[in-house]
Ligand binder design. Structure first.
Ligand code: NAI
Length: 334
C-alpha cells in the first residue's frame, strides 16, 4: 500500500518513517495543490496525508485513481473537497482533538500581544528604544469575551478566560446548556455577541454556509474599540471589511493566525513559477502584505496548533487513523 505524505517536515518524516518501517511511504515537502503534482508524485497512492495548505479538489483527486484514503493531519478539513471524496468512495479522516489547549493558549497569546502592545514594544526594544510612550494597554479582567463556536477549542478558551476574570458570552448554532451552566457562560445570538464583546474570538469550522461570518454586513455592529481574534479559518472573516473597520477606528486591533488566501503565501513560488497567478490571487497577496505591516494587527503564520506536544499528538493520531483504515475499521472519519 503506497502512502504519500505531503507538507512533510523533517519531524513528520522521522516519526512516520519509523512507524511504517519497510513500507512504501514517501515524503513530499510541498503541499498538494495541482493535478500535475498529484500525477507526478502520487498517481499510485492508496493513502495520502496532507496538512492545511494542500487543496484536494476534484481534478486533483482525478489524478490519483488508486486513492482510498486521505488522512489530514489537522482538525479542519475544508481543504479536502467532501463531495468529490464521497463520489469516489474515498475515506477522509482528521485529528479531532489534538490541540484544544494548544490553540486556546495561542488565542490568548494573540489577545495579550494586542492588549499589552507586546508586538510594538518588541520592535522598539529590539532597536534599543526603552521609552514607554504609547504602549499603555488594557486589562482583560472585567472585559467581555465573545466566543464564536463552543467546541473543543472554544470551551478551552472559555476556561482560560475565566482565569483572567473575564465575562464570557458565546454563540453556537448548537448550544450546550449543560456546559454553559457548568462553565459559567451565556449563549447569545451572533448579533448580540458582536455588539457586547470587547474581544470576539472565532472557533467555528469554515463551511460553505459560514464564509465571511464576519463581514461588511455585520462588522459595523461590533463594539467600539473591540478586538477581533481569528485562530479558526481565514475564510470566516472578510478581510476587506476588517481593514475598513480598523481604518475607521471602530476596531482597536485584530489578531490573526489564519488569513483569507493564506495559502497564496506558501504557494507564492509555485504560482509565480507556473505563471498562473490570477488577478484575484494578486489582489489577495497584496492585501495580505498590507495587513502584515499594520501596527494594529498581530499576525502569526497558522501556528496556533504548533507546539511540540500537539504535533506529537497529531502524528500519533494520524498513524492510528491509517492503521485503523488498513485494518478495515476506519476512525475519525469526517
Ligand atoms: P469543534 O468541531 O470541536 O467545534 C466547532 C464548534 O463550532 C461546534 O460547537 C460547532 O457547533 C460550532 N459551529 C459550527 N458552525 C458554526 C457557526 N456558523 N457559528 C458558530 N459556531 C459554529 O472544533 P474545534 O476543535 O473547536 O476547532 C474549531 C476550528 O479551529 C476548526 O474547525 C479549525 O478550522 C480551527 N483550528 C485551527 C487551528 C490552527 O492552527 N489555527 C488548529 C486546530 C483547529
Amino acid at each position: 500500500m503506497a502512502i504519500v505524505v505531503f507538507e512533510a517536515e523533517e519531524n513528520d518524516r522521522q516519526y512516520l518513517a519509523a512507524r511504517f518501517l519497510g513500507e512504501d511511504i514517501r515524503f513530499v515537502p510541498e503541499p498538494l495543490t495541482t493535478p500535475e503534482q498529484a500525477k507526478r508524485v502520487a498517481a499510485d497512492a492508496d493513502v495520502i496525508s496532507v496538512f492545511v495548505h494542500s487543496r484536494i479538489t476534484p481534478d486533483v483527486f482525478a489524478e490519483m485513481p488508486a486513492l482510498k484514503m486521505v488522512a489530514t493531519r489537522s482538525t479542519g478539513f475544508d481543504h479536502v473537497d467532501p463531495a468529490a471524496a464521497l463520489e469516489r468512495g474515498i475515506i477522509v479522516s482528521n485529528v479531532p482533538t489534538y490541540g484544544e489547549n494548544t490553540v486556546a493558549e495561542h488565542t490568548f497569546a494573540l489577545i495579550l500581544a494586542l492588549s499589552r502592545n507586546l508586538h510594538k514594544a518588541y520592535v522598539r526594544t529590539s532597536a534599543g528604544d526603552m521609552s514607554m510612550h504609547g504602549l499603555t494597554g488594557f486589562d482583560l479582567q472585567g472585559k467581555t469575551i465573545g466566543v464564536v463556536g463552543t467546541g473543543h477549542i472554544g470551551l478551552h478558551v472559555i476556561r482560560i478566560a475565566h482565569g483572567f476574570g473575564m465575562n464570557v458570552i458565546a454563540y453556537d448554532p448548537y448550544p450546550n446548556s449543560t456546559l454553559a451552566e457548568l462553565l459559567n457562560y451565556k449563549y447569545v445570538s451572533l448579533d448580540d455577541l458582536l455588539a457586547q464583546s470587547d474581544i470576539v474570538t472565532l472557533h467555528a469550522p469554515l463551511t460553505p454556509q459560514n464564509k465571511h461570518l464576519i463581514g461588511a454586513h455585520n462588522i459595523g455592529t461590533m463594539k467600539q474599540g473591540a478586538l477581533l481574534i481569528n485562530t479558526a479559518r481565514g475564510g470566516l472573516v472578510d478581510t476587506v471589511a476588517l481593514i475598513s473597520a480598523l481604518d475607521s477606528g471602530l476596531l482597536r486591533g485584530a489578531g490573526l493566525d489564519v488569513i483569507e488566501g493564506e495559502e497564496i503565501f506558501s504557494e507564492e513560488k509555485q504560482l509565480l513559477g507556473a505563471g498562473n497567478m490570477t488577478e484575484e490571487h494578486l489582489r489577495m497577496a497584496l492585501r495580505n502584505i498590507t495587513l502584515l505591516r499594520r501596527p494594529d494587527m498581530v499576525i502569526t503564520p497558522h501556528i496556533a496548533f504548533d507546539s511540540t506536544e500537539a504535533i506529537e499528538r497529531i502524528l500519533a493520531t494520524t498513524v492510528e487513523n491509517i492503521r485503523a483504515f488498513r485494518a478495515g475499521t476506519p476512525r475519525n472519519m469526517v
